[in-house]
Design a binder for this molecule. Structure first.
Ligand code: SAH
Ligand code: CA
Length: 212
């Protein structure tokens, strides 16, 4: 999933602040013990999420797709004292694993986990969001975007991960449902008058849409 030539990619990582010890441990344990560890955001994207969160100081964060908790911890870094991060995952087997890491972080008590289908849980949260990270099942990305866009505070930021889909997004032969949904999402967001957006070519593509 590396888009950059290896030596440039190495250089980028070497000139980015390192992961905290906790995040490095979580990264290693995910690779050792959990299925599909490449889903974890990782060092570079984690620092981008942390940077955006620090700049934005969001009071209400929503994450769709907790997995082992790496990206939640990165975004939690920028939470103010009265900020809360809600994170949803459908896989109940990951709940305790993620909680174990949240509990070791100074802001872990500001992270609220929800287990279940995000399509059903998001409407029950009935909050106004400052920062949303969409990173669950790709075929529902448009639905997630529609569910949150009307509940964003002005100036809020919606991030959608993996929108380059390992390059399949520009491969005309790729016509599977996930790729088609991601194409439609990228087009829809770019044409959406409610937001200003940038597709950041970070890792597997991070769409950033700022709500006007
Ligand atoms: N954000 C994490 C990675 C998320 S991986 C990180 O960057 O480290 C995607 C996660 O979405 C998986 O853990 C999967 O269980 C979850 N998921 C898939 N479909 C879902 C759904 N319908 N509702 C909630 N979570 C879902
Ligand atoms: Ca992802």
């Amino acid at each position: 999933m590396e888009f950059l030539p290896q030596d440039i990619d190495n250089y980028v990582h070497e000139h980015t602040s390192p992961e905290s010890e906790l995040l490095a441990k979580l990264n290693r344990e995910t690779h050792a013990k959990v299925m599909v560890p490449r889903m974890l955001s990782g060092h570079l994207q984690g620092r981008v999420l942390s940077l955006l969160s620090h700049l934005h100081r969001p009071k209400k964060v929503l994450e769709i797709g907790t997995y082992t908790g790496y990206s939640a911890l990165c975004m939690a870094e920028g939470l103010p004292k009265d900020g809360v991060l809600h994170t949803i995952d459908i896989n109940e087997e990951l709940e305790d694993f993620a909680r174990k890491w949240f509990d070791q972080h100074p802001k872990g008590n500001q992270i609220i986990q929800h287990i279940g289908n995000a399509l059903e849980i998001i409407p029950t949260l009935a909050d106004k969001w400052d920062l949303v990270f969409i990173d669950a099942d790709k075929s529902n990305y448009l639905k997630y975007y529609e569910l949150v866009i009307e509940n964003m505070n002005p100036g809020g930021l919606i991030l959608c991960d993996n929108v380059l889909w390992s390059g399949k997004i520009v491969d005309p032969k790729a016509t599977d449902e996930d790729t088609e949904t991601l194409r439609e999402l990228n087009r829809y967001i770019t044409e959406d008058d409610r937001v200003e957006n940038v597709l950041l070519p970070v890792r597997d593509g991070l769409m950033a849409a700022r709500v006007l």
